[in-house]
Design a protein around this ligand. Structure first.
Ligand SMILES: [Fe+2]
Length: 213
């Protein structure tokens, strides 16, 4: 009898779960609705017209356009650090391998900070590699391995471009009344890049290792 009761309960359970798998129209509710395509909901380069930020759309459009260029450069510098992390060689391999990856991680954090500031201002952040390649002003390095001083020089040139741009942009956004972006640019982007320049450029100083000159 116990078996018969269990079977009845089981049947009831199966009936209930069958019912839950479809809605009242009998539509399958469990299969993911993949492969959906539709028109875009916001065009790149535009901003959401009205936001409760106390900043006009025209100002936000100007600022997000400039932040997207900074974002493209930062994404490129981030990837330049990973390239250097993988391809570095020679007696300083271990310390540079670790340092480059640390800086890669910090650049990745800055990427997220800039991208989310653009979205906060109602714009759209550039994201994909092909689009970034079109926008960045950092020269494309060869796919090949280069000597350590050349790797470091490339990193320093990219940093300098970003640092100069960040300082100029910080002044501009301040004039436009966007203190939030100004704070991000000075506190997060400028200071982190300056610090990374120090750590990297010390590796281009010719310092005796064993005998003082
Ligand atoms: Fe690694």
């Amino acid at each position: 009898m116990a078996t018969a009761t269990a079977t009845a309960q089981e049947k009831n359970f199966n009936k209930e779960t069958d019912e839950k798998a479809t809605d009242h129209k009998g539509t399958d509710m469990m299969t993911p609705h993949a492969r959906q395509h539709a028109k875009v909901v916001q065009k790149f380069g535009t901003v959401i017209p009205r936001l409760s930020l106390g900043l006009g759309a025209e100002i936000r459009e100007q600022i997000t356009a400039k932040l997207n260029v900074l974002l493209a450069d930062t994404l490129t510098l981030r990837d330049l650090y990973k390239k250097s992390h993988w391809q570095v060689s020679g007696p300083t391999f271990y310390q540079l391998h670790l340092l480059f990856d640390k800086h890669y991680g910090e650049q990745a954090e800055m990427v997220d900070t800039i991208a989310e500031r653009i979205q906060t201002l109602g714009g759209i952040s550039v994201a994909m590699a092909a689009d970034v390649a079109e926008m960045t002003r950092i020269p494309r390095p060869p796919k090949c391995r280069e000597e350590v001083p050349v790797q470091i020089s490339r990193l320093l040139e990219a940093h300098e471009l970003i640092i100069k741009d960040t300082r100029a942009l910080a002044g501009k956004v301040s004039e436009l009344g966007d203190d939030g972006t100004n704070d991000m640019l000075i506190s997060n982007i400028l200071r982190t890049n300056e610090l990374q320049v120090w750590f990297v450029s010390e590796h281009l100083v010719e310092m005796p290792l064993i005998f003082a000159k």
